[in-house]
Design a protein around this ligand. Structure first.
Ligand code: FE
Length: 254
């Protein structure tokens, strides 16, 4: 398995604090059957700034540590970028980092809203040669309220990544339900851990893939697995025709 979203780099965001934490996360990942992780620290989210060069350096340092510790895990550089109006400028300034230097770039919305300029920015990124991957749409309260927005973004070429823990219910029943609706409507293309530690925000990848397989079948299971490899290799990923999530009409009597 490849995990394309993980806060495993030590001391630079709200993920691993120390190198020992990173090592513990790496061991947990290998135990789950993960052989490659794209390290995606937060950037520009109001709390943490981690620019391209510093992330690449940090990946090098931790990779060496993994070799020394005999942990068979490959680390690749990435970044979880909070959407903002300066993204194109920041690309030009060399501050932004796509996933493993591919055309795929993580875009994070604020937890409770979708900025008005999001549609334009997702378009501008594509004009600049990047394919935006919206991270954890299932945890955004505006998208939960208005899933048609997510459909529009996907229809216009954005990809999305859901969180393994959301799929198995670790963020509650409502988010789990919405996550499965997103899968069912072909509005997502990747499952990743977004792991921050080994205790409260672990990997859950095995559990999520097993549950996906039993609920949605083998084809979708293999499609999701393959997509993470295709992304890491900068190949085009599998997509299916997206559809709208229909909110159940309120049938009860008032
Ligand atoms: Fe994250």
């Amino acid at each position: 398995m490849i995990d394309i979203h993980c806060h495993i780099l030590p001391g630079i965001d709200d993920g691993a604090v120390t190198e020992a934490d990173s090592i513990a996360m790496a061991r947990a990942a290998v135990q789950e059957g993960i052989h490659t992780i794209i390290a995606t620290p937060h950037h520009n989210n109001g709390k943490y700034d981690n620019t391209k060069d510093s992330i690449i350096k940090s990946v090098e340092v931790l990779s060496e540590l993994l070799v020394n510790e005999d942990i068979p895990l490959t680390l690749l550089p990435g970044q979880e970028i909070r959407i903002n109006g300066d993204m194109i400028d920041d690309i030009d300034k060399g501050e932004l980092l796509s996933l493993n230097h591919t055309k795929y770039m993580f875009v994070e919305f604020p937890a409770s809203s979708v900025p008005r300029y999001a549609k334009q920015m997702l378009f501008d990124l594509q004009v600049s040669g990047y394919t935006p991957v919206i991270v954890h749409p299932e945890r955004n309260s505006e998208l939960i309220q208005n899933p048609a927005k997510l459909y529009e973004f996907v229809r216009k070429g954005a990809l999305t990544q859901i969180t393994a823990a959301s799929f198995v219910g670790k963020f509650g029943k409502n988010i789990q339900k919405f996550t499965k609706q997103i899968v069912d409507a072909n509005l997502t293309h990747f499952i990743a851990s977004d792991a921050h530690n080994t205790a409260t925000r672990g990997f859950c990848m095995n559990e999520a893939y097993q549950e996906l397989r039993s609920e949605f079948g083998n084809d979708l299971f293999y499609m999701f697995m393959e997509n993470c490899q295709l992304l890491a290799d900068n190949q085009n990923v599998n997509k299916m025709e997206p559809s709208m999530i229909r909110k159940k009409k309120f049938m009860g009597l008032f």
